[in-house]
Ligand binder design. Sequence first.
Ligand code: EPZ
Length: 421
Amino acid sequence: MQYLEIKGGKKLSGNVEISGAKNAALPLIAATILSKNSVEISNLPNVVDIKTLIKLLENLGATCEFKDNHCAKINASCINSTKATYDIVRKMRASILVLGPLLARFGHCEVSLPGGCAIGARPIDLHLSALEKMGATIEIKDGYVIANAKDGLKGAMISFDKITVTGTENIVMAASLAHGKTTIINAAKEPEVVALCKILDSNGVKIDGIGTDELVIHGTNGKLLDINSIKVIPDRIEAGTYLCAGAITNSKISITNCEPKHLGAVIAKLQEMGFEFEISGDKITILPADKIKPVEIITSEYPGFPTDMQAQFMAICTVANGTSLIDERLFENRFMHASELNRMGADIKLNGNVATIKGIKNLNGADVMATDLRASSALVLAALVANGATKVHRIYHLDRGYENLEGKLKALGADILRGDE
Ligand code: EPZ
């Protein structure tokens, strides 16, 4: 296993280019199952989760040709199996995104239950009940979802009890080939969902209400799509993470190839903490604050404050001038970074899903353990300002969703290196 060693105390400067969004690329890769020909996807992030999902498709018989680390041509027309096995699905829950497209195209599939993960139980009941409303029969057997719709899926009225990002994406893809119209009420509105809908809508599937919480998908009655090329949108969470690197080190840095309008809640929170910004086109520059003010955060679905930025902000709060509160409303166990930050001298108290963070003058370097993707990035951020050296262990979590994190931070002036345990 590998670790990152960071020596804290360096100011950052310069510019970092944001990669394509992992959480936009994953549903788009799954959507290639709906296409009758090869699909070229550009601006892919070079991260492990992308390789994992492409490997899953190849295991089903699809072919993939990487033109470079950021561009792949995927041909799902030669898929000859519809069983997504546990060995791959257990590595990445987002594998569940093949369920809707496989069922829609082939009328049958077996997808391993993804199981929980570090941040929570992460059930898929909403995905399954929606597919049943579309006429599928769903059986859970030996840890697999066995789905059948031999006469194809039919349009239905779906109302999600909770807003689910991959649940919305799965049903939008399933509805794309269905017979008739599917309405999704309480749909997720994340930019990644909007990007998927726009691609489908411009390739033969009429979708009304894109960007709103009510989507109407007019199915093609089983006719495959003709998707040619797709460009992945910038990663708003990676962008937010680098803005937090500028904030916690109180440095002036710029990020480019990002979409500022996807970062409204994140920028607003950093402004509340005393930071100012220069925004022009796809470039955002964060300017140092006189002092970092404490803040109150409640995570919610887009366009509210993203749960995927909660850990990174907790790191900043540990060195703010006062007491901050973070209320994590989406996941039941997304505070595992708190105990690791406390090992660095932070003063964080947890009470259920609410964290109270009393700002301190300095964090101290320590050996800490990454537990999930965003928690790992929070530990790296804390290490950037801690006295002395910090080793973040088990950084395979980071490699799942951040492209070349140490290279990008080193280019900004951080003292960071990757080592083998
Ligand atoms: C997506 O996960 C993201 N992953 C997550 O990012 C992100 O944290 C999450 O949305 C929330 O924004 C991808 O897009 C690949 P949900 P997803 O279904 O779709 C409950 C990262 O760090 N729920 O929107 O799995 C669920 O338990 C990852 O990049 C049900 O109860 O999340 C949670 O409490 C982490 N039943 C809430 O809904 C269901 O059937 C939101 O989950 C589905 C979800």
